[in-house]
Design a protein around this ligand. Structure first.
Ligand code: SAM
Length: 282
């Protein structure tokens, strides 16, 4: 297919690219990038490697968090003029913990056709090979880097059913697993999926306490997806309730802590409130 043949419809193509292994790009993604008038890149140098590997010579323009507001009107004008534009991120599927949703939303509202070009994403790659149940999962994205915000963030997921999927970086992995152990319990099963599709790809399964101990001892390198398996629905003991409430009361009101405990542990709100009140007064 050549640029002149224009076999693709004009519009915005949200184009997935590899998360490590360059062979994972789809045929359609390459053909569309070759045919497009422009490729919007999170980082043009990163996309240059993919383009060089597949002889894509289409002009590239940066589109990232720092220039998106200024760049968007010009891009929308080109799309309304009938151009074909690909949006790519550094790796994986754009908009999944990556820039682009405002461009997609505004393009749609301006009557421009927006097409997904599906392909790699770390969330689906990890889910497909970790052995966690996948009939119901929640993608939680990146946990906040600061400790207090991360504790609250994890607690918010403590009663979420199904598998939980998080993105994380190597330097923060051990602290993140420690926060998860406090929110979900030491014994909750988990997989750390690292460097997917790359030479050092690794899936490490264990409970949160043992994985924390491992990565506190052996800091992880590279890119990481954490999958927390669904919790067992067991009866909570009064000690479980007290431990949860004591932790929650460090930065929550009695009412909010009681609600969080009730949701997480399946106890009644009244019971949790009375116990939280007693712990606060103690
Ligand atoms: N848009 C991408 C996607 O579809 O997966 C995600 C972009 S986000 C900025 C980058 C994060 O994705 C990394 O910090 C890591 O948590 C995860 N990630 C990306 N590539 C990965 C890989 N090869 N192995 C494990 N995790 C990866």
């Amino acid at each position: 297919m050549t640029k002149d043949s224009k076999q693709v419809k004009p519009g915005l193509y949200v184009t997935a690219t590899p998360i490590g292994n360059l062979g994972d790009v789809t045929y359609r993604a390459i053909e569309t990038m070759k045919t497009a008038d422009l490729i919007l890149c999170e980082d043009t140098r990163q996309t240059a490697k993919l383009c060089a590997a597949y002889q894509v010579t289409t002009p590239r323009q940066a589109y990232h968090d720092h220039n998106a507001t200024q760049a968007r009107p010009g891009i929308l004008k080109k799309l309304q003029d009938g151009q074909t534009i690909c949006l790519v991120s550094d790796a994986g599927t754009p908009l999944i913990a990556d820039p682009g949703y405002k461009l997609v939303r505004e393009a749609r509202r301006a009557g421009v056709d927006v097409f997904p070009l599906p392909g790699p994403s770390a969330v689906t790659a990890a889910l497909s090979a970790a052995g966690a149940s996948t009939d119901r999962f929640t993608f939680a994205g990146f946990p906040p880097p600061k400790k207090a915000a991360r504790e609250t963030f994890m607690r918010d997921f403590s009663s979420t059913p199904g598998t939980l999927v998080f993105y994380e970086t190597g330097p923060r992995l051990a602290d993140c697993l420690a926060a998860m152990a406090r929110a979900f319990g030491d014994g909750r099963a988990c997989v750390v999926a690292r460097e997917l599709t790359k030479i050092h790809e690794e899936f490490r399964e264990g409970d949160l306490a043992s994985l924390h101990a491992h990565y506190a001892q052996t800091p992880a390198k590279g890119e990481i997806v954490i999958l927390v398996f669904p919790g067992e629905t067991t009866q909570s003991t009064p000690e479980d309730v007290d431990a949860f409430l004591t932790n929650a009361l460090s930065d929550m009101t009695v009412k909010d802590a009681a609600r969080a405990a009730a949701d997480a542990l399946g106890v009644s709100r009244k019971e949790a409130y009375e116990r939280a009140l007693a712990l606060r007064k103690a």
